[in-house]
Ligand binder design. Structure first.
Ligand code: ACM
Length: 545
């Protein structure tokens, strides 16, 4: 009997605990105190600030209010103590940008931050305190929040090579990143199946390389071909507009120009980039091809292809010219140069490559890949930029200043950190959002199984690294490869709620992570997604389904 009473007691204590009021913020802030009272936000609420650095945040908040609640707020520079949102900058000692304090009381809301990013993240939290239903008078619960990010690099990637996505969707995607207090958009712009960035010096890259004559249907090699011409690229003007849109949200865009592999679209445009310019493109076994299959072609199915950039003067001059235009468009410190999945078959068969290996004292084709990446690194370093590449760039010797993205597990990241190279963790088993979210996934995916709980439990700092080595891990990133995502709704469905889980891994103190509590907070997040008209997979949180 005593045991039963104890069990009942424990059950009610834990039930009470789990039902404590929560502000339902994702990612969970470092410290939250809920207070008595309500602030009512309506069209007579006024922003108070004298700082131009708060403009981005005010504009963002007003656009959000207008879109979802139908009103905007005015800004004053005079002091006013009631019915206001007061924004201020106060220096503190946080090393990673983005720390803020948010205080909501009956009369006013105060956001104070170390830097502009912090004001913006305070506004993102305030947005999550608004009701998820449309209304013109918004009750905000009184509270005190002290918050700051755990990792400096909080990234999300999108593959626009396999499928092209509109400028409007790219902007929405950037808003998803901002909503989750993340700060990097890795934009994968070139692939075997499409070259997506206008390069003025090489117009055929988009005239030829941005189009394929069809796409396989179903899983590679496909049950057929849709026989539809599929084209798309971003003009330089559109890219400038997107880079500014991201910067206004404190998001850096890292462009990826893939090399030396995944180069079929570039080679279709300029066959001389191949070591075998006169050979026709190899079509993978079983693929039903649409249109002309002779000469160099943009690929119509997925996977890895042997026709890669030839490491000769023509290619290096081409890549330097391309990168010059890329650097003019993207102010990011990092330029991603790919480096993954480069088959060495053509380099083995090429007399030119074999002579180059000999003349340069290289061991083999892996050494040649290292030579390739190091040459590009020297060029980008000479322009004040740094390279980041997939973990294959470790093979044959990593380029001296390269940052490594560890995707084939965590080992590449561990090895790179031990060699004192900076690392971004993107291991497939934890953050590949192209994998299925549930065992009974009914939509087509590349395969794998990555439930949201696995993402939530991911720890980017490997235990086998020393404290000093761990300091080389800048953060982590989820990758969204789009072979099996050909529309925005599918991308959203694959993103959410896994992006919520990752945002908490990257932002919140490790000790605050609590899966049951996160699951409860997700229910409110789903209501927000409904308000935003964003798709999500609500089944994904039930393990094993
Ligand atoms: C990769 O997933 N091939 C980087």
């Amino acid at each position: 009997m005593k045991k039963i009473l104890l069990a009942v007691f424990l059950f009610s204590v834990t039930t009470c605990f789990s039902q404590q009021p929560s502000l339902n913020i994702i990612p969970e802030p470092a410290k939250v105190e809920i207070k008595e009272g309500i602030f009512t936000l309506n069209s007579s609420t006024i922003f108070v600030t004298r700082l131009s650095q708060t403009n981005n945040s005010i504009n963002f908040f007003n656009d959000y209010l207008k879109k979802f609640y139908g009103f905007k707020l005015k800004t004053w520079s005079q002091t006013k103590t009631e019915g206001v949102i007061d924004l201020s900058l106060k220096k503190n000692n946080n090393l990673i940008p983005g720390a803020y304090k948010l205080n909501v009381s009956k009369n006013k809301i105060e956001i104070s931050a170390n830097d502009e990013e912090g004001i913006f993240y305070g506004i993102q939290t305030l947005i999550q305190l608004l009701p998820a239903e449309k209304s013109n008078s918004l009750n905000v619960r009184a509270c005190n929040i002290i918050d700051s990010p755990r990792f400096a690099y909080r990234g999300l990637h999108l593959d626009c090579g396999r499928h092209f996505f509109s400028v409007n969707f790219i902007k929405q995607y950037i808003d998803f990143i901002a909503m989750h207090k993340m700060n990097t958009f890795h934009w994968h712009l070139t692939e075997d199946q499409g070259w997506r960035i206008e390069i003025k010096r090489y117009p055929k890259l988009t005239q030829v390389g941005a189009c394929r004559n069809g796409t396989i249907v179903g899983h590679h090699p496909g049950a057929g071909n849709d026989n539809k011409k599929d084209c798309g690229y971003y003009t330089q003007q559109q890219i400038k507009d997107i880079v500014k849109y991201a910067a206004d949200r404190y998001i850096t865009i890292i462009p990826e120009i893939e090399m030396p592999g995944h180069a079929s679209a570039a080679i279709a445009a300029y066959p001389q980039l191949s070591c075998f310019p006169d050979s026709s493109t190899k079509i993978a076994r079983g693929v039903k091809w649409s249109g002309d299959s002779t000469g160099k072609q943009v690929q119509q199915s997925w996977g890895v292809y042997p026709d890669v950039f030839c490491p000769d003067d023509y290619t290096f001059k081409f890549l330097e010219n391309v990168l010059d235009e890329v650097m003019q468009l993207f102010p990011s410190k990092y330029i991603h140069i790919g480096g993954d999945e480069c088959p060495k078959t053509y380099w083995k068969e090429s007399a030119f490559c074999q002579q180059l290996i000999k003349d340069s004292g290289l061991q083999n084709e892996e050494g040649l890949q290292s030579y390739f990446i190091s040459k590009i690194e020297r060029y980008l370093n000479s322009k004040g930029r740094s390279i980041i590449g997939w973990d294959e760039i470790l093979e044959g010797g990593v380029a001296p200043n390269a940052t490594v993205m560890s995707w084939r597990g965590e080992q590449g990241g561990i090895d790179a950190a031990k060699q004192y190279h900076k690392v971004v963790m993107t291991p497939g088993a934890y953050v590949y959002f192209d994998h299925a979210q549930s065992k009974k996934e009914d939509s087509l995916t590349i395969g794998g199984y990555l439930p949201v709980e696995t993402v939530y439990n991911y720890e980017p700092l490997p235990a086998q690294l020393s404290g000093e080595e761990q300091s080389y891990i800048l953060g982590a990133q989820a990758n969204v490869w789009t072979e099996y995502m050909n529309n925005p709704a599918k991308v959203e469905y694959m993103l959410f709620p896994r992006l919520d889980a990752l945002s908490e891994v990257l932002w919140s103190p490790k000790e605050n992570r609590n899966w049951d509590n996160f699951k409860n907070r997700l229910q409110q997040q789903y209501k927000r997604y409904d308000l935003l008209n964003v798709r999500y997979n609500a089944q994904g949180i039930n393990k094993g389904e």
